[in-house]
Design a binder for this molecule. Sequence first.
Ligand SMILES: NC(=O)c1ccc[n+]([C@@H]2O[C@H](COP(=O)([O-])OP(=O)(O)OC[C@H]3O[C@@H](n4cnc5c(N)ncnc54)[C@H](O)[C@@H]3O)[C@@H](O)[C@H]2O)c1
Length: 359
Amino acid sequence: MKIVKVRLGQNSYSIDIGAGILNQTGQMLKELGLNEKAVIITNPVVQKLYGELVDQSLVAAGYKTTVLEVPDGEKYKSLESAGKLYQQLAEFGAERATPVLALGGGVIGDLAGFVAATYMRGVPFIQLPTTLLAQVDSSIGGKTAVNHGQLKNEIGAFYQPRVTISDIATLKTLPPAELISGLAEVIKHAVIKDEQFFIYLEQNLDRIKALDDGVLETIVMECAQIKAEIVENDEKDMASRNILNFGHTVGHAVEAVSNFQVAHGQAVAVGMVAAAKIAAELDLMDSVNVTGLERILQKAGLMTRLPKMEINRVIQTMRYDKKVRNDKIRFVLPRSIGQVFITDDVSSTVVEKVLREML
Ligand SMILES: NC(=O)c1ccc[n+]([C@@H]2O[C@H](COP(=O)([O-])OP(=O)(O)OC[C@H]3O[C@@H](n4cnc5c(N)ncnc54)[C@H](O)[C@@H]3O)[C@@H](O)[C@H]2O)c1
């Protein structure tokens, strides 16, 4: 098992990464001094696969448990779901010290985290991420949220878990498209912070896709380390944490203009290529790095060109995105593999030119 520490003063915690470690959940909670009752929040898909394993581990460690299911899907990451969960927590007799465990992907992690942050003004929260995206990204850094109307991820709280247990064995049951989508975020971490990790990924993509335990453990650990360090420097996302949005400026717009037909990871992949091409167009990065990025994304099964869509709508959507400051679109651009910077200074002419070339 590998352990990554997230150092945030009183809110510090560890991320435990390994194959087959979910059955240690009860023991780990006990070691944290969390006693008596525990609530597992999950969805029917994940419940069927791993619910009993986690529940039994808690019961064996002496916990009285309940499992609360939310239907599967982004649309259930809502205030309505949170409302139902508060009610169920109260019926179970959950108290201030009762831990809430999020067993699932990013949707369950964000929703259960939001509920844990707000029920009785905050109860202990545990992340048990079961998708690649959740293990390398959403379970790290304490952002919890629900969607509300047009507000996506904008009703929420920064609320750190007490521990994150990333069992990479759960990735074996993940639909291949979800694994590929998560790979976009893995590659993102390498491009923003670590060239060596990028080279490692290039060399090991086949083993990742074959779900090799050793390689999966390494990539989850590397991403956790990179994201932990970024979060430690800017927990509340006021400045430097923004670099994690690399690929997301164009990515979000592509997702939205496609009516969410393009998966998040695929959209982020296109967004990363767009950002790299913009950097090359502005002579800020060697175009050889753009080719390298395109090659690794293609090998991972990710998109590097825009699907057929109106470029004007993509640009318009970017303008409405929250990353627009003073009417300038905010971009995270690479200087090289392993180094990025934030800029408001990209003209829409350059953006339009690059996007048209990517069609
Ligand atoms: N908090 C953050 O910092 C942060 C960062 C990035 C994304 N997010 C959020 O994460 C969400 C996306 O997360 P996601 O990509 O994990 O999607 P998801 O939670 O919807 O999971 C994807 C699918 O995989 C299924 N699944 C989960 N684990 C499985 C397993 N082990 N085996 C088989 N099937 C499994 C789920 O039931 C679901 O159908 C979005 O809501 C996004 O806003 C949050």
